[in-house]
Write a protein that binds this ligand. Structure first.
Ligand code: FAD
Length: 312
C-alpha cells in the first residue's frame, strides 16, 4: 500500500470547493493523489471540475440510490475502494458527512483516523497530522502507526491548488445497501463567504464592549470585506456561529485580515494562521494579538473607525 487519495462526496450534482485545498495538501506530502468522487450523482461529466494540481487521476465511484445521509452504504463503498485500490492514506474535508462515512469505513478496514487537522508534515517518512487538542490549549502532532490511515483536514487550512486539465478518468459502480431512511434535510448556514474572501474584517469582544460593532460592520461593508467575529461575538448573537473564527469555528486564509478588539487567544488565532497580512487594532499595548499580527495599531477603535468610515 502506498497510494495517497482524496475522497469527496457529490451532493446535488456538485463537489465541495474544498477539493482544491485537499489537492494542495496532498501535493505537499510529496506525491500527487488520486481523487475519488462518491455518490449517486457522481458521473464522468464532473471530472473536468475535479482536476487540480496535486491530483493525478479522477475516479468516479457511482453509488446508485444512495443519498449523502446514507452514510452506512457510502462507508461500505469507501471501504471497498480502499481495499481494492490498496490506498495507504485518504484525505478528506473535516465536515459532518465525511466524518460519519469515514469513521465507519475506518472500522471496516482497520484504519487509524485523525480528525480536524490544520497542517500535515512529512517527517522520517511518515505523516505528522497536526491538530488542536485539549480545547486548543495545545497543538499535537499525531502519527498513525501503519496503514491505511484517514485524515480529515479543516477547510481553510491550506491555500487552494490551481486548476489543471487532461487527467485520466475512470468510472465504476458500487451497489451498496443502506439501513438509513432520510427525512427532510435542512441545509445548515455556510461559511463559504468567509473561506473564499480576499479581505475579512473581524470584530472581537472589544468591539461589543466599546459599542463599536456597528461601526466595524459598516467598515467591512465600505471596503467590500466579509465580516467575521471572535467567539464572544458569536455567543452574544452579533454574528452567526458559522462566522466565528477559530479552533471551534471557521478557519480562514484571506489575503488581508483586519481585526478590531480581539485579544489573541490561541483558540482564535488557530483559525487564521497561514493566511496573508494581519492588521490588529487594540487599545491594550500588551494584548497577545500584537505578537501575531503583521501590523499592530495600539489605539481606541472608536476614534479610528470614525476616521476610516469617513474616508472616501
Ligand atoms: C474549547 C474552547 C474553544 C474555543 N474556541 C474559540 C474559537 O473558535 N474562536 C474564538 O474566538 N475563541 C474561542 N475560544 C475562546 C477564547 O479562549 C477567548 O476567550 C476568545 O477568543 C476571546 O475573544 P476576544 O478576543 O474577542 O475577547 P477578549 O479576550 O475579551 O478581548 C477583547 C479585546 O478587545 C480590546 N479592546 C477593548 N476595547 C477596545 C477598544 N475600544 N479599542 C480597541 N481594542 C479594545 C481589549 O484590549 C481586549 O484585548 C474558545 C475557548 C475554549 C475553551
Amino acid at each position: 500500500m502506498s497510494k495517497t487519495a482524496i475522497f469527496i462526496w457529490i451532493q446535488k450534482g456538485r463537489a465541495a470547493d474544498s477539493v482544491a485545498e485537499l489537492a494542495a495538501a496532498a501535493k505537499a506530502l510529496g506525491e500527487p493523489a488520486a481523487l475519488y468522487a462518491f455518490g449517486a450523482d457522481a458521473t464522468e461529466a464532473l471530472a473536468a471540475d475535479l482536476a487540480y494540481d496535486g491530483i493525478d487521476a479522477v475516479h468516479i465511484v457511482n453509488t446508485p440510490g444512495l443519498t449523502p445521509c446514507q452514510t452506512d452504504g457510502l462507508a461500505d463503498a469507501a471501504a471497498q475502494v480502499m481495499t481494492d485500490d490498496g490506498l495507504a492514506t485518504v484525505l478528506l474535508e473535516a465536515e459532518a458527512v465525511g466524518r460519519d462515512i469515514m469513521s465507519r469505513a475506518a472500522v471496516k478496514v482497520g484504519a487509524g483516523m485523525t480528525s480536524d487537522c490544520t497542517a500535515l508534515k512529512v517527517q522520517d517518512g511518515s505523516i505528522r497530522q497536526i491538530k488542536p487538542s485539549f480545547g486548543a490549549q495545545v497543538m499535537v502532532a499525531c502519527e498513525v502507526k501503519g496503514t491505511p490511515q484517514i485524515v480529515t483536514i479543516k477547510k481553510g487550512s491550506t491555500a487552494p491548488a490551481d486548476k489543471i486539465d487532461g487527467l485520466p478518468v475512470d468510472v465504476r459502480t458500487i451497489e451498496a445497501a443502506s439501513k438509513i431512511t432520510c427525512g427532510d434535510v435542512t441545509a445548515l448556514p455556510s461559511s463559504d463567504h468567509l473561506t473564499g474572501a480576499d479581505v475579512v474584517v473581524v470584530a472581537g469582544k472589544g468591539a461589543i464592549e466599546s459599542g463599536q460593532f456597528e461601526a466595524v460592520k459598516a467598515y467591512a461593508d465600505k471596503i467590500g470585506a466579509a465580516l467575521a467575529g471572535s467567539r464572544p461575538v458569536a455567543d452574544q448573537g452579533f454574528i452567526p456561529f458559522d462566522d466565528q473564527i477559530g479552533e471551534s469555528g471557521t478557519v480562514i486564509q484571506p489575503k488581508l485580515c483586519i481585526i478590531f478588539g480581539v485579544s489573541g487567544a490561541i483558540q482564535f488565532t488557530e483559525g487564521i494562521k497561514g493566511g496573508g497580512k494581519i492588521i490588529a487594532i487594540n487599545n491594550d499595548p500588551n494584548a497577545p494579538i500584537r505578537g501575531f499580527a503583521d501590523v499592530f495599531i495600539c489605539a481606541d477603535m472608536g476614534e479610528l473607525l470614525i476616521a476610516m468610515n469617513a474616508q472616501d
